[in-house]
Design a protein around this ligand. Structure first.
Ligand SMILES: Cc1cc2nc3c(=O)[nH]c(=O)nc-3n(C[C@H](O)[C@H](O)[C@H](O)COP(=O)(O)OP(=O)(O)OC[C@H]3O[C@@H](n4cnc5c(N)ncnc54)[C@H](O)[C@@H]3O)c2cc1C
Length: 300
C-alpha cells in the first residue's frame, strides 16, 4: 500500500497531466495495478519546499535531472516516482517548480532503504538522481508551472490520511470495548470501572468529531470548494490526534495484552505517529490554520 500513490500522484495527474499521461497512469492508479511514489522531501530543504535543490535542465528535446530525495515511501513497490524539482523557465531563465515522472529503472536513478525504528505500511528510501536522462514527456502537464499541480494533490492526501486514521481509531475502540466487557479481574468486567470506561468514551467523542470534519473536507473537495484546504488540514490533524489517543487508551484497557502481537493493537502506533509528521507536519498544519483561519501573520 502506498497512500500517496492514488491520493497525491493520481490527483495531480488527473488534474494536470497531459492526455497521454492520463491514459498511461490513471486506470492503473485507480485500481492499484500501477503505483507512483511521490518525492518532494530533501534533507537540506526539509519543510521549506522553496529550498528544493533537485533541478532538471533542458537537453535537446528532453531533460537531465539531478538531485537527492529522502524518506520516500514505497519506491520498491512503485513503477515510477513523481519527483518534485525545479526547471528553467525558457522565457525568464528562472527556476520554477516542475514535476517529473521518473520510471524506477531509469539509468542514473538509484534508491536505498532507510532503516526505521517506527514501521509504516511502506518502506522508506533515499533517492539519488545523477544525470538522469528523461524524455520531454516526463514533465507532468507539458510546459506548465508545477506549484499549482502540487497543491492540487495535497487535499486528497490529507483527507485520505484522516480517513485511515479514523478507521484505525474505530478498530481500536471496538476492540477495547469488547475486551473491557469480557475481562474480569475483580467481580465486575473492567469496563464497569469508570477509570477504564471514561478514557475510552472521551476518545470515542474525539474520534466522532474527527470523522465529522473529515466528511466535511471530503464533501468540500468533491464540490470543488476552496474551503476544502482548511477543512482537509483540520481533518488530518484532528484525526491523527484522535486516533493516537484512541489507540493509546485501547492499549491501556488491555493491560499487558495491549502490547502483545496476539491482540493486534500496538502495531498500529507507528502508522498513526507518522501521520503527525508526513507528508505535512502537525506544526505546518497549525501554521496553515493560524494564517488562513485566524488571519495571523507568519513567522517564516
Ligand atoms: C515514514 C515517513 C514517510 C514519508 N514519506 C514521504 C514520501 O513518500 N514523500 C516525501 O516527499 N516525503 C516523505 N516523508 C518526509 C516528510 O514529509 C517530512 O519528514 C516532513 O515533511 C517534515 O520534514 P523534515 O523531516 O525535513 O522536518 P524539518 O523540516 O526538519 O522539521 C523539523 C520540525 O520542525 C518543525 N518546523 C519546521 N518549520 C517550521 C515552522 N515554520 N513552524 C513551526 N514548526 C516548524 C516541523 O514541523 C518538525 O516538527 C516521509 C517521512 C516519514 C517519517
Amino acid at each position: 500500500m502506498i497512500v500517496v500513490s492514488p491520493a497525491i500522484a493520481g490527483t495531480i495527474i488527473a488534474q494536470s497531466g497531459t492526455e497521454e499521461q492520463k491514459t498511461a497512469w490513471l486506470p492503473g492508479l485507480a485500481d492499484g495495478a500501477a503505483k507512483l511514489a511521490f518525492a518532494i522531501t530533501e534533507s537540506d530543504a526539509g519543510t521549506n519546499s522553496h529550498n528544493l535543490a533537485t533541478v532538471a535542465r533542458r537537453d535537446n528535446d528532453g531533460w537531465i535531472l539531478n538531485g537527492r530525495k529522502t524518506y520516500i515511501s514505497g519506491v520498491d513497490e512503485s513503477d515510477a516516482v513523481l519527483v518534485v524539482g525545479r526547471s528553467e523557465d525558457e522565457r525568464t531563465g528562472r527556476l520554477r517548480p516542475a514535476l517529473f515522472i521518473v520510471p524506477r529503472d531509469t539509468p542514473g536513478f538509484e534508491w536505498k532503504p532507510i532503516e526505521m525504528d517506527v514501521t509504516a505500511p511502506e518502506e522508506q528510501y533515499a533517492c539519488f538522481f545523477d544525470d538522469v536522462d528523461l524524455p520531454a514527456e516526463a514533465l507532468v502537464g507539458g510546459d506548465v508551472a508545477g506549484l499549482d499541480q502540487l497543491f492540487a494533490g495535497l487535499n486528497p492526501e490529507r483527507i485520505t490520511i484522516a480517513a485511515y486514521a479514523n478507521g484505525i481509531a474505530r478498530y481500536a475502540l471496538a476492540k477495547a470495548s469488547a475486551y473491557a466487557k469480557e475481562r474480569r479481574v475483580w467481580d465486575v468486567p473492567i469496563g464497569a470501572h469508570q477509570g477504564v470506561a471514561h478514557p475510552l468514551a472521551e476518545a470515542a467523542r474525539q474520534v466522532e468529531l474527527a470523522r465529522l470534519i473529515t466528511s466535511k473536507a471530503a464533501a468540500l473537495h468533491d464540490a470543488g470548494d476552496k474551503a476544502a484546504g482548511e477543512a482537509a488540514n483540520m481533518a488530518k490533524l484532528a484525526s491523527a490526534d484522535a486516533a493516537l489517543l484512541a489507540l493509546d487508551r485501547a492499549i491501556q484497557a488491555h493491560g499487558g495484552n495491549g502490547l502483545a502481537s496476539e491482540y493486534d493493537l500496538a502495531a498500529y502506533w507507528g502508522v498513526l505517529r507518522v501521520a503527525r509528521i508526513a507528508p505535512v507536519s502537525r506544526e505546518m498544519i497549525l501554521n496553515y490554520v493560524a494564517q488562513h483561519t485566524l488571519g495571523l501573520p507568519r513567522s517564516y
